[in-house]
Write a protein that binds this ligand. Structure first.
Ligand code: HEM
Length: 461
């Protein structure tokens, strides 16, 4: 049997230092390991199953194409149940997971998705109305407002009203709990999750969560009554979930509905908001990228056609490169082997964890020469396989919102660039002479710092 490079378990303070390093400086941490141990190595822990980390395309292909039932994912995502509940898609496996995905996928694809285009553009236009010439604005606040409004309207089918406004406010505040690298530790160290009243981070989190739950349950009750009394033709995800029945003719319980809605709301807007903020950063950091992008957008003329925007080659390359250089999720979900499996001629026992390092894959010099350089052109020069470029993961856990996220990134960019000339603020311009902005940890993801600002140079008539 071939021996895989192994990082031996440590205990006590050394282990804690490793963990803290991985939380506070995730990219340096993962880069150092890849440099030292290669693209396929094992980490062992005392009294826990080993974890295999890989950024090897061949191994990734074997993992993503393994037969269903080879892995369990819910157990690894258990740490998220405090946020999304126990009935979330993220925690399901096997038949239950398959059925739930089947139910959730259609509204995020094809014609249903294209119908969201107009909503996305309207929401973007409304959010941008408040931008004033020469006044700096926090880019992440703007992109987050847009993506939150989009996901609420896609999931709930509503975009105004008292309950909706309150829900938006509460969800935004709740997610601010994890907006710094230090606060993100709350997710990784359950012993920090102590309720010391409303002035402690966890106490505040619990209060907000309770208020959100009350609002969603009220919405579920109202929507159930409405669907029972009227035969309304509605295609939003909320109604689809409400009407869905399993093979025994049973519908989803209020608790199941709540957990799934919360999952979609969280998974669906934080990630896209960070990706969009990066996109605006890169497009304005490299004037030549902006110039090419504007040239391509201008070629469409004055009437923005959503389908045409979605198909633009250079815009697509800019979006792809944005998600390559700093993938919002640096790794896939952890997959736990439920049966023996051979990967790259190494044999693994059941109860072994497998994690694909998206960040290390996206920085392989053999695939992405000069990988630290932002260069959309690489996506025009060659096509990457589903095992070489994976911002949305892969296999049966591949992100269900990838098409929505990509459409959103393109339409928001086209809309904002058609209305404004933006600039990085002076601090960022000064730093351009030195080095580009670096990502920071934000909960489970990496993101541009919340302090990242831009300003409107001029409005385009
Ligand atoms: C740029 C934006 C986004 C990125 C980078 C992203 C990335 C990811 C990744 C890496 C995974 C794990 C895949 C794996 O382990 O193989 C995932 C799963 C998931 N994503 Fe996204 N995502 C984004 C946007 C969205 C949106 C807009 C939604 C909206 C609904 C969404 C919903 C989900 C869900 C529900 C899962 C779990 C799938 C399952 O367990 O079967 N994501 N995403």
């Amino acid at each position: 049997m071939k021996q895989i490079p192994t990082i031996k378990s440590t205990s006590g303070w050394l282990r804690s230092i490793r963990q803290i390093n991985a939380i506070l400086r995730p990219l340096e941490f993962i880069e150092k390991r890849t440099q030292k141990y290669g693209d396929f190595y094992q980490v062992t822990f005392k009294n826990s199953p080993p974890t295999i980390m890989t950024s090897n395309p061949k191994a990734i292909e074997e993992i993503f194409t393994a037969s269903t039932g080879t892995f369990e994912v819910g157990r690894g995502n258990k740490m998220l149940s405090f946020l999304v509940g126990d009935n979330s898609l993220l925690l399901l496996d096997g038949k239950e997971h398959r059925n739930r995905r089947r139910l959730l996928m259609p509204p995020f694809h094809g014609e249903s998705l294209q119908k969201c285009s107009e909503q996305i553009v309207n929401i973007t236009n409304k959010a941008c109305d408040r931008l004033e010439t020469d006044k700096p604005f926090k880019v992440r606040s703007l992109t987050q407002e847009i993506t939150m409004r989009v996901i609420l309207s896609v999931v709930f089918g509503i975009d105004s009203g008292e309950r909706y406004d309150r829900l938006r406010e509460l969800l935004t505040t709740l997610l601010e709990t994890f907006n710094t690298p230090l606060n993100s530790s709350l997710i990784f160290f359950p012993w920090l999750q102590k309720d010391w009243g409303k002035f402690s981070p966890w106490g505040r989190f619990l209060l907000l969560q309770q208020e959100i739950r009350t609002l969603i349950y009220a919405e579920i009750k109202e929507r159930r009554e409405l669907l029972a009394s009227q035969n309304i033709e509605t295609k939003d995800i909320f109604s689809l979930l409400l009407l869905a029945k399993d093979e025994n003719g049973e519908g989803m319980t209020d608790e199941e509905l709540h957990d799934e809605l919360i999952t979609l709301l969280f998974a669906g807007h934080e990630t896209t908001a960070s990706a969009l903020a990066w996109l605006f950063y890169w497009v304005h950091y490299f004037p030549e990228v902006q110039e090419k992008l504007r040239f391509e957008l201008n070629s469409l003329g004055n009437n923005l056609n959503y389908q045409e925007i979605n198909n633009l080659a250079y815009l697509n390359a800019v979006v792809s490169e944005t998600l390559r250089i700093y993938p919002i999720a640096i790794g896939t979900f952890a997959r736990l082997l439920t049966k023996p499996m051979s990967i790259m001629e190494y044999d693994f026992e059941p109860n072994t964890w497998l994690i694909v390092s998206i960040y290390s894959l996206h920085h392989r010099e053999d695939l992405y020469p000069n990988s630290k350089q932002f260069d959309p052109q690489r996506f025009l020069n060659r096509a990457y396989s589903n095992y070489e470029y994976i911002p949305f993961g892969g296999g049966n856990r591949r992100c269900i919102g990838s098409a929505l996220a990509l459409l959103e990134m393109k339409l928001v960019t086209a809309t904002i660039l058609s209305r404004f000339k933006l600039k990085l603020t002076s601090d960022r311009e000064a730093s351009r002479r030195h080095r580009p902005m670096l990502p920071v940890r934000r909960g489970l993801t990496i993101a541009p710092p919340s302090s990242f600002e831009m300003r409107v140079e001029s409005k385009i008539d």
